[in-house]
Write a protein that binds this ligand. Structure first.
Ligand code: ACO
Length: 323
């Protein structure tokens, strides 16, 4: 049988850090308001890099850590809603940057659920038996889709990238999964509307290029639908054991509420939004890579972790991964 396993992970964030206090000099807000409502103190933002640069750094780290060449990679999947271009895909740019000549490459768009969706797709590619080894990255430059004059959204997001190397193995490591979407609630979180500037177009041109969010609706969605999804995913497990939950890093209060709702101990929910803010598709792989660096998680240790993404679409989903 062909199964997939995470054999390496890595992350990269741009050097520039914006602390809440610095934001308070730009818009009417305060460190106290932001930290109390979200658990965020600072975020990293790009100054001269784009999403593909962050990804290429992660991909190169994965190759170096594993001691393999770029031409041994069969596919590259990049989950992002902030690509360099609509065409070519960010994944193709990364392929070119690292010289992964034998890989096919494509982007996956599922907002803050992007990494979980991409990891699930990568698992199926490896299960097909046609591909041995792939790179899966979640990466965002949210700074380019944020309206920096809108205090209700500008304080929430950061830039960064994280990823894993996924390889063929004989035993099952992705133990359970449950991916969901609801397009009827698409308007509660949007970014990057493209105006049609064709001389023939007669429709409404008033779409917003910047990120817009109904914060309360997203909070309720995450608490109700995502908590239910976590419980249903865990119910698929024989032993029901979860060592840690790596949930999308939107908001610390949300994780507190989710822990209560799912009846999982709060200590099992890792968090790092204090230092990185919400990095959308990058938040879960950055959290994973940091936890491995800090030796909270160990690859090949048989620890069972639950990854849960949720975001625009609406999209949400969980995977239980045995390390
Ligand atoms: N600084 C100071 N005051 C602010 C700020 C700010 N940055 N932003 C909003 N306010 C003010 C508002 O103007 C409002 O003032 P008013 O009462 O005088 O009108 C007051 O604070 C309350 O505003 P709300 O928007 O109602 O604040 P809320 O308590 O809902 O908190 C938050 C906002 C933190 C975004 C919350 O809705 C939330 O946690 N949502 C969860 C969703 C989330 O985190 N989304 C992130 C991205 S989406 C994703 O990743 C899936």
């Amino acid at each position: 049988m062909n199964y997939s396993r995470i054999t390496q992970c890595a992350h990269y964030v741009p050097e520039k850090i914006i602390h809440n206090d610095e934001l308070a000099t730009m818009i009417e807000t305060s460190d106290e308001w932001i930290y109390q409502r979200t658990g965020i103190r600072q975020r990293h933002v790009v100054t001269d890099e784009n999403t593909s640069d962050l990804c290429a750094n992660v991909a190169q780290q994965l190759l170096t850590k594993r001691g393999i060449e770029a031409n041994q990679i069969d596919f590259i999947l990049v989950a992002t809603v902030t690509p360099d271009y609509q065409m070519p895909s960010t994944a193709c740019l990364v392929q070119g940057l690292i010289g992964a000549n034998n890989a096919f490459a494509m982007d996956i768009t599922a907002a803050c659920s992007g990494f979980v969706y991409a990891l699930s797709m990568a698992d199926k590619l490896i299960q097909s038996g046609n591909y041995q080894r792939g790179i899966v990255i979640g990466a965002e430059t949210m700074s380019k889709v944020i309206d920096w004059t809108d205090r209700s959204t500008a304080v929430l997001f950061g830039d960064g990238a994280g990823g894993v190397l996924l390889e063929n193995t004989e035993t099952k490591h992705i133990l359970a999964e449950n991916l969901q979407s609801d397009g009827s609630r698409a308007n509660s979180l949007t970014a990057g509307f493209t105006n049609n500037q064709s001389p023939f177009f007669k429709g409404d041109l008033l779409g917003n290029q910047y990120l817009e969010m109904d914060g309360r609706q997203i909070f309720d969605f995450a608490l109700k639908d995502v908590s239910k999804n976590i419980c249903h995913t865990m119910a698929q497990l024989d032993n029901q054991t979860i060592d840690y939950v790596l949930a999308h890093q939107a908001n610390k209060r949300l994780l507190d509420a989710m822990a209560k709702k799912t009846k999982l101990p709060r200590e099992k929910f890792l968090d790092n939004m204090e230092f990185f803010a919400n990095t959308s598709a990058a938040s879960i792989p950055i959290l994973l890579s940091e936890a491995v660096e800090k030796e909270i998680l160990t690859l090949n240790s048989k620890q069972q972790i639950l990854l849960t993404g949720f975001g625009g679409g609406l999209t949400w989903g969980s995977l239980v991964v045995k390390l």
